[in-house]
Design a protein around this ligand. Structure first.
Ligand SMILES: Nc1ncnc2c1ncn2[C@@H]1O[C@H](COP(=O)(O)OP(=O)(O)OP(=O)(O)O)[C@@H](O)[C@H]1O
Length: 316
């Protein structure tokens, strides 16, 4: 049970946060958050997600992770991550299988660096990352990490990063071809299924330049799901999208999380979409400063949300 009653505005001490409470945008489907210290752990290595969700399998653990960048041509270093502990032994509990985790916090706080560590795009300077039980350190070889990424991790970026000369269909088929597990017929069937799931069955032959931003992002999501990843990492996936497309993309992500039990870790600057997550983790100055748990995962309703945004504009 919560050590303190749940509240609707989360944690406000370290960082200014504006969640969606019942009094603002989302009406009945509101964000109710509780500081999860002493709340989410069941005491047996399992945790509570939002609502009734029981999280009983660890997906990602980070222990004493530090990341320092050397600046080229200068005798200077940037410490991007100071000491990240996201594990059973720390207050910030591990990222669990089937969890939807959002990373927020001020610019330069280390969100993308952390996402890149989790996605094995970059090695930590020191510390241990455990991904689906595999131990990854600064010494882990690039070829091993490349295989792990292709088979188990999907990536979605703010700027879509689709291959410009390939159709939506070919972009989605490509990761399956690279992995080499499915034959051509199986790959094509899956590409059609995925593009249908994201609502683009009638845009399969279009080049990225023939698609809107929201459509391109949906292709990017379908592509990220091609090899049935256990983990989907998203770096500001709605950053370039308007309100309608932001909600559409977030609804698709929530469906993937709930129906396929895919683990999602998403960086965003938009506090209004925190309501889609199980848990929100706040990073500042290369450290995790707070986590907050949602009472329930919920969707933004377009009309109510637009009313909320318009009222904010009218009443600055
Ligand atoms: N390749 C790099 N070389 C040097 N410094 C870097 C590099 N990448 C990131 N940094 C620094 O590390 C720190 C964390 O950066 P990071 O991009 O992770 O922050 P962020 O929270 O994602 O920021 P934003 O919200 O602006 O995207 C910043 O001070 C940044 O300047």
């Amino acid at each position: 049970m919560p050590s303190e009653p749940a509240n609707s505005n989360g944690v406000k001490d370290e960082i200014e946060l504006v969640g969606l409470g019942p009094e603002n945008s989302n009406g009945s489907a509101m964000l109710e958050r509780a500081d999860v210290e002493g709340y989410a752990c069941n005491g047996d290595g399992t945790y509570l997600g939002a609502g009734e969700k029981v999280l009983d399998e660890c997906a990602v653990e980070l222990e004493h992770i530090r990341k320092t960048y050397n600046l080229e041509g200068r005798d200077e270093q940037v410490v991007a991550l100071k000491e990240i502990n996201i594990c059973h032994e720390s207050e910030i509990y591990p990222i669990m299988k089937g969890e939807f985790l959002i990373l927020r916090g001020p610019s330069g706080g280390g969100k993308t660096t952390l996402l890149n560590m989790i996605g094995c795009i970059d090695n930590p300077t020191s510390g241990v990352l455990r991904l689906f039980g595999d131990k990854i350190t600064a010494e882990t070889s690039d070829s091993y990490l490349a295989k792990l990424r292709l088979a188990k991790i999907g990536f979605v970026f703010q700027t879509f990063n689709l291959l410009a000369t390939m159709s939506a269909f070919e972009n989605v088929e490509l990761p399956m071809t690279l992995l080499g597990v499915l034959n051509k017929k199986q790959r094509q069937k899956r590409a059609v299924e995925l593009l249908t799931t994201v609502g683009l069955w009638d845009r399969m032959d279009h080049l990225p330049s023939e698609l809107s931003g929201g459509e391109q992002q949906r292709v990017a999501i379908a592509r990220a799901l091609a090899n049935k990843p256990e983990l989907l990492l998203l770096d500001e996936p709605t950053g370039d999208l308007d309100t309608r497309n932001t909600i559409d993309v977030m609804d698709i992500l929530l469906d993937i999380n709930l129906k396929q039990r895919t683990t999602l870790v998403m960086v965003t600057h938009n506090p209004d979409i925190e309501c889609y997550a199980d848990r929100v983790l706040y990073l500042q100055d290369g450290q995790c400063v707070k986590q907050a748990l949602n009472e329930s995962q919920c969707r933004l309703e377009f009309t109510k949300y637009m009313d909320f945004l318009n009222s904010k504009q009218a009443d600055p």
